[in-house]
Design a protein around this ligand. Structure first.
Ligand code: PLP
Length: 388
C-alpha cells in the first residue's frame, strides 16, 4: 500500500541533504567542539557553520543562537530562565496564550505552582490573541509574555510584532515559540521585535532532538543546565554536533525552497480543505483561513470520534492527527479549540491535516476519494442525526 503522510506538524522526515551531511559528520567530525586540538577545532568549525545557517533563517546574529535538545527544551530554558532571572526584581507575573503547546503551557503551570501569578490570554473564535487582551493583562510586575508564532493544531499566525511591541512598552520580556513557523514562513527576529524565539529542527526536515533558542543580546536569563558552560553558559553540555549540523543544512534548504514550497502547499491544502468541506456533510473548518501557515488545515467532523477516524484513515494508509487526545479511555477535547469557544461536538471531533514536501495532488485526490465513505460508515454506527 502506498502510504500518504499528512502529519508534518508532528514531525517531518529528514531531507536527503540532511541525512548525507549528518552521516559525514558522524564519520569525520567526532571531536568535542570544546577541545583545543585539531579534532575539537574541526567539530567547532562545523558547529559555527550551523550556527550561521540557523541565524540566517531567523535574521539573527549567530552569537545569539543557542543550540538546545528540542523545541520543548528551548521553551523551558526561555520561560524558566527569564522567570528565575527576574524573580529578584519583584516581577512575578507571567502571561501566555491559552492555545500554547504543552511545552509552554505546562511550564507556565509549573511556575504557577511555585508561586508565580500567571495569566492565560483568551483567543477569539478564529484562534487569534487580541492585542487589547494583552494590554489589559500586562501589569507592572509582568516579567515575561510567551505567545506562539503559529499554532500547531490550526496553523493560525499570531500578530507577534504588535504583541511584542505592547509587551515592550511595559518592559516585559517577550518570548515566541516559532516551532511551527521556522522553515515555513520568513522569520526576522528584529522585525518581530521579540527577545527570545524557539525553533525545533524536526519540524523543518532536520533531525529530532535538536533545536535552537535565539536570545537577544542583553536578555537576563538564568541557565537551566549548569556545567561546562557550553553555548556561552546558556546551555551546558557537549553539543549534539551531527544533529546541529543537520539542523543547519535543513535551515539553509528551507530558506531556498520556502517561497515556492509554501505556494505549492497552500494550493494543495486549499484543495483538500474545500473538497472535504464540500463532499463530506457535517464538516467545519476550525480557525482563521488567513494568516495561516500554508500546510495546515483543521476540520471537525460532526458525530465522529476523531480517534476512530484517525484509525480508519490509517487503515487506508493515510496518516493524520487529532486535536484531541485519548487519555485513560476518555477523549480529551482539544484545548486549542476549547479556548476558541467551540462547542463540544467540534472540540472532540477534529482532524488536523498537515502537508509537506512529499505530498502531491494525487494524495489529495486519494484522501478525498476515501473520506466520504469512511465518515458515512462511522456515522452509521451512531444514531444522532447530522447537525446542521
Ligand atoms: C508549537 C510547538 N512548540 C513546541 C513543540 C515541541 O517541540 P519538540 O518536539 O522539539 O520538543 C512542538 C512540537 O509539536 C510544537 O508544535
Amino acid at each position: 500500500m502506498t502510504r500518504i503522510y499528512l502529519d508534518h506538524n508532528a514531525t517531518t522526515p529528514p531531507s536527503a541533504g540532511v541525512i548525507d551531511r549528518m552521516a559525514a559528520v558522524f564519520r569525520e567530525e567526532f571531536g568535542n567542539p570544546s577541545s583545543v586540538h585539531h579534532f575539537g577545532q574541526r567539530a567547532k568549525a562545523v558547529l559555527d557553520e550551523a550556527r550561521s545557517q540557523v541565524a540566517t533563517l531567523l535574521g539573527a546574529d549567530p552569537s545569539e543562537v543557542v543550540f538546545t535538545g528540542s523545541g520543548t527544551e528551548g521553551d523551558n530554558i526561555a520561560i524558566r530562565g527569564v522567570a528565575e532571572a527576574l524573580e529578584v526584581t519583584g516581577r512575578k507575573h507571567l502571561i501566555a496564550s491559552s492555545i500554547e503547546h504543552e511545552a509552554v503551557l505546562n511550564t507556565v503551570k509549573a511556575l504557577a505552582r511555585r508561586g508565580w501569578r500567571t495569566t492565560l490570554l483568551p483567543v477569539d473564535a478564529t484562534g487569534i490573541v487580541s492585542p487589547d487582551e494583552l494590554r489589559h493583562a500586562l501589569a507592572d510586575d509582568t516579567a515575561l509574555v510567551s505567545i506562539m508564532h503559529a499554532n500547531n493544531e490550526i496553523g493560525t499566525i499570531q500578530p507577534i510584532a504588535e504583541l511584542a511591541r505592547i509587551a515592550r512598552e511595559r518592559r516585559a520580556v517577550f518570548h515566541t515559540d516559532a516551532v511551527q513557523t521556522a522553515g515555513k514562513i520568513p522569520i526576522d527576529v528584529k522585525a518581530l521585535g521579540v527577545d527570545l524565539l524557539t525553533i525545533s529542527a524536526h519540524k523543518f526536515y532536520g533531525p529530532k532532538g535538536v533545536g535552537a533558542l535565539w536570545i537577544r543580546r542583553g536578555v537576563r536569563l538564568q541557565p537551566a543546565l549548569t556545567g561546562g558552560k557550553q553555548e556561552r553558559g546558556r546551555r551546558s553540555g557537549t553539543e549534539n554536533v551531527a544533529g546541529i549540523v543537520g539542523m543547519g543544512v535543513a535551515a539553509s534548504e528551507a530558506l531556498t525552497k520556502m517561497a515556492a514550497e509554501s505556494t505549492r502547499l497552500a494550493v494543495l491544502r486549499d484543495q483538500l480543505e474545500s473538497l472535504v468541506l464540500s463532499r463530506v456533510p457535517g464538516t467545519a473548518r476550525n480557525g482563521e483561513t488567513e494568516p495561516r501557515v500554508a500546510n495546515t488545515t483543521n476540520i471537525s467532523f460532526d458525530r465522529i470520534e476523531a480517534e476512530s477516524l484517525l484509525i480508519a484513515l490509517d487503515l487506508e494508509g493515510i496518516a493524520v492527527s487529532t486535536g484531541s487526545a485519548c487519555s485513560s479511555g476518555t477523549l480529551e477535547p482539544s484545548h486549542v479549540l476549547k479556548a476558541m469557544g467551540l462547542p463540544a461536538h467540534r472540540t472532540q471531533n477534529s482532524i488536523r491535516f498537515s502537508l509537506g514536501a512529499s505530498n502531491t495532488e494525487q494524495d489529495v485526490e486519494r484522501v478525498v476519494a476515501v473520506l466520504p465513505a469512511i465518515v458515512e460508515k462511522l456515522r452509521s454506527l451512531t444514531r444522532t442525526p447530522v447537525r446542521a
